[in-house]
Design a protein around this ligand. Structure first.
Ligand code: C2E
Ligand code: MG
Ligand code: MG
Length: 577
């Protein structure tokens, strides 16, 4: 019989462990350090007892004066063992240090060697230092442990969160076995929240999570994992099924678990949810693409508004509407210099300007701007996005270079770079050329790449990114938190800045788990050495929370909408002066 699914708490433990794994030092080096330590201790005794004198140029040095060198070497070994090898390093160090006391005491009392006195003191201080380092390291490790667990756990429901879901999905993909990804969204949750208040909304979400967990734990023939992605969005992964019918039967169990009446604060509530599912590898081969498919099917359920609450993804669900029209508009805009940019300011928390993000703009036939949120995905699909990126990169740099020089401010220009643009063979040359011709120093220029590039094309992207890093250009990870990324990828990525996606900032003050999530991203970002910026900050309450939880920078309507060149120049000159 197939293996039963391990409980969610174990999933969380295992994921948190894997995030901390990078701290492990190689076992071989442990043995080398111990041998080096023993050798230095032996050498201290040998040279201390020696009466030989060696000649160094004009100088004659008694060999016993080198005892200090070996003593320093032995202390360095001990410190490295405690720092890098945790508890076993601590025990080994104590054993080695304590083990020397008998010979020192006999040296002092029986052989009357004065060098044993300094040895006794050095050894005692070393023991105190080892204990202090160990206690301090333990505290730091406990903190890391708490933070990594927090990073993969949804605080409201204790289910694995979006990161965890991404990690589990990636692991399934790595194993190469078939599995189904299910996107679950509670129907009309917004109106429940609006009419009954957030506290009741949270209770409902907790109850739904409990029910989903109960179904998951009752299943013995297939392997399942449930996660909460955000708000009223949940995800389910199913492995080891025998047929699509079985998958559908399983999803129906989750559906009826949610559908049965929920009594909260004396009120009977009839909740329903929409389910969309997609299969790996039939429908998509990456975690992001798979959930886009499952989501599209779930959205289709909502749109159809019928009594059927479960739908499988099919390619014709993806809307083709408007794509053709936008494609022709994009081609015309590219040919007629119709792509331009706005600059949205970024600030530190004391309202000092950090720089600007350049955002692409294009107008429709009536001169009204079309949102890049709409035309960039089309440009990606039809292979024009690198051209748009290129125009925005060049035009915004040509504007920013002279302004930077004129203002003398320490500010940065950020541009969005798509995968297609990043992977162009001449991307690095293009970047160098723009920096040279506009006179922007590399460390005043930043490229923003979305989290999904990092996940889907990490190896290819890393080669280009490390070239970018060599140029000295800064790297920001955009829309962080929305993809299904693995935190462990962040270790590989030479990024400078994490941009927390607006969706988390939107719900941060209405939803405790979102706030905890944002706080966790900030802490993890700091632990990994990144600065953190929050996107889409719109009100003072969000600003206060971000100050409180230690965010470094903000970008949002509260302090600045995307601006024209003239408006951006005004902002710069007012700060300069
Ligand atoms: P993004 O890079 O995450 O940019 C931030 C988006 O959030 C911008 O939308 C900005 O106007 C919006 N925003 C910032 N603060 C607030 C706020 O407080 N409230 C609200 N409601 N919105 C806020 P925009 O300009 O519509 O851009 C959408 C997306 O299009 C960008 O998201 C980026 O992914 C893409 N994009 C824009 N320009 C380019 C480009 O030149 N190249 C590429 N590849 N993508 C681009
Ligand atoms: Mg961006
Ligand atoms: Mg963003």
């Amino acid at each position: 019989m197939d293996k039963k699914l391990r409980p969610n708490s174990n999933i969380i433990e295992r994921l948190a462990d894997s995030l901390r794994a990078k701290a492990k030092a190689p076992a071989g080096a442990f043995v080398v350090l111990i041998l080096l330590y023993i050798m230095s201790v032996v050498m201290i005794t040998v040279v201390a007892r020696s009466e030989a004198v060696i000649t160094l140029g004009d100088m004659k040095a008694p060999l016993d004066s080198f005892a200090g060198v070996f003593s320093a070497l032995s202390n360095i070994c001990i410190i490295m063992i405690v720092v890098f090898y945790g508890k076993s390093g601590f025990i080994a160090s104590l054993v080695m240090l304590l083990g020397q006391f008998p010979s020192m005491v006999t040296g002092l009392l029986i052989r009357h060697q004065p060098s044993s006195i300094s040895g006794l003191f050095t050894n005692t201080f070393a023991i105190v230092a080892v204990i202090m380092i160990y206690i301090n390291k333990k505290k730091v490790n406990e903190y890391h442990e708490r933070m990594t667990k927090l990073a993969v756990t949804d605080r409201l429901t204790s289910l694995p969160n979006r990161f965890a879901c991404g990690e589990i999905t990636r692991r399934y993909i790595k194993r190469g076995e078939d599995f189904a990804a299910v996107s679950i969204d509670v129907n009309n949750f917004k109106s429940i929240n609006d009419t009954m208040g957030y506290a009741t909304g949270n209770k409902i979400l907790i109850e739904i999570a409990e029910r989903l967990k109960a179904v998951q734990e009752s299943e013995t023939f297939t392997e399942q994992a449930v996660a909460r992605l955000s708000g009223d969005e949940f995800a389910l992964l199913i492995r080891r099924y025998t047929s699509e019918e079985q998958v559908l039967d399983i999803i129906k169990k989750y559906e009826s678990a949610i559908n049965s009446v929920i009594t909260i604060d004396g009120c009977d509530l009839y909740i329903t949810a929409s389910f969309g599912y997609a299969f790996y590898p039939n429908d998509a081969v990456t975690a992001d693409a798979l959930f886009i498919c499952a989501n599209a099917a779930m959205e289709e359920v909502k749109r159809a508004g019928s009594s059927r609450h479960i739908m499988r993804f099919t390619p014709n669900i993806v809307k083709e509407e408007r794509t053709l029209e936008l494609e022709s508009r994009l081609r015309t805009a590219l040919d007629s210099d119709g792509i331009y940019f706005n600059l949205q300011p970024q600030f530190d928390l004391s309202h000092r300007l950090r720089g600007f993000e350049a955002l692409a703009r294009m107008n429709d036939e009536n001169g009204r701007p079309i949102s890049p949120g709409e035309f960039i995905p089309v440009a990606e699909k039809v292979g024009l996005v690198d051209k748009i990126d290129g125009v925005v990169l060049r035009k915004s740099a040509e504007f920013f270079g002279p302004l930077l020089k004129k203002s003398g401010l320490d500010i940065t220009l950020s541009v969005n770079v798509s995968v297609r643009h990043l992977m162009n063979n001449d991307f690095i040359d293009e970047l160098k050329n723009v920096l040279e011709t506009t006179g922007i120093p590399a460390d005043h220029f930043e490229i923003e790449i979305t989290e999904s590039i990092m996940i889907d094309s990490v190896d290819k992207a890393l080669r280009v990114i490390s070239e970018v890093e060599k140029l000295g250009v800064k790297i920001a990870i955009d829309d962080f938190g929305t993809g299904y990324s693995s935190l462990s990828y962040l270790n590989k990525f030479p990024a400078d800045l994490l941009k927390i996606d607006k969706s988390f900032i939107d719900t941060m003050n209405t939803n405790d788990s979102s706030r905890q999530y944002v706080a966790a991203i900030i802490s993890i970002g700091h632990i990994m050495g990144f600065d953190v910026i929050s996107e889409g900050v719109e009100d003072a309450e969000q600003l206060d929370t971000l100050k409180e939880i230690g965010c470094d920078y903000i970008q949002g309507f509260i302090w600045g909408r995307p601006l024209s060149m003239a408006e951006a120049e005004k902002v710069v000159l007012s700060q300069a002066g």
